[in-house]
Design a protein around this ligand. Sequence first.
Ligand SMILES: NC(=O)c1ccc[n+]([C@@H]2O[C@H](COP(=O)([O-])OP(=O)(O)OC[C@H]3O[C@@H](n4cnc5c(N)ncnc54)[C@H](OP(=O)(O)O)[C@@H]3O)[C@@H](O)[C@H]2O)c1
Length: 257
Amino acid sequence: MSTAIVTGASSGLGEQYAVQLAELGYDLVLVGRTASALESVAERVRETGRDAEVMIADLADAADLERVCERARRRDVGMLVNNAGVGTPGEFVSSEPRTEQAMLALNVTAVMRLCHAALPGMLDRDRGAIVNVSSVAAYTPSDTGPGYSASKAYVAALTESIAVKTQGTGVKAMAVFPGFVRTEFHQRIRMDTDWIPSWAWLRAQDVVRASLQDLAIGRTRSVPSTRYKVAMNLARVVPRPLLRRVLAASSRVVDRA
Ligand SMILES: NC(=O)c1ccc[n+]([C@@H]2O[C@H](COP(=O)([O-])OP(=O)(O)OC[C@H]3O[C@@H](n4cnc5c(N)ncnc54)[C@H](OP(=O)(O)O)[C@@H]3O)[C@@H](O)[C@H]2O)c1
């Protein structure tokens, strides 16, 4: 079995990718900034009998990113999960430019660079898989987080184009579009989640399991859960002016809540 690199493996969806890929037989390279959290995920991986290597790296930092790219170029890498990603706190109109820039460095540049590093070797070996975590936000304009939505649209477009390149080869490329998932994501950006109805929340383990099943059957897009499949399909067929009006109205309701 080969090695899977999972970025943002210290919590949430990344931790689940690490554990579930170990259960599928992969050795793991766990990437993130928090050593203690990565070590405890590494322990969970080792309990399954697989190897776990911890790489402490801030993927928004050019030198750290290059180190992880070096690792992604090695022959043993059979799976790359670009999962690490952040939003930005508060409103775009009042956010710090450097915060927006740091988000793009992680959500966009790191994803592109790691795909760029891993893909040639996978194509040479005619074997491998790239899973890039996007979001339903890629298809829904957002007044509070336009930079985040746009970064996830980049991930979706990049992955689809890579899937064109890998068509007919032994390499798979798939983007994942989660809705609201209970992880540390919203706390990190101090997002108020009280207005989100309980039915809208997904569990990280379910999202990851559904996406790995979609990867196994050769899908290039994975939208975990029926409710978000319906929402995504609606967002794609509803005329954009109407979609913008509905989102603007609902965001005013949330502002008043
Ligand atoms: N939760 C949701 O509702 C939701 C919905 C749609 C899409 N997503 C996407 O799902 C992915 C995973 O997020 P999550 O929900 O699991 O959130 P999370 O629990 O906050 O996990 C984020 C992970 O990214 C890592 N990370 C953050 N900044 C990093 C950096 N500069 N360098 C390296 N690693 C970094 C974090 O680890 P360290 O802090 O240790 O570095 C953590 O392991 C993200 O791409 C997110 O955009 C989430």
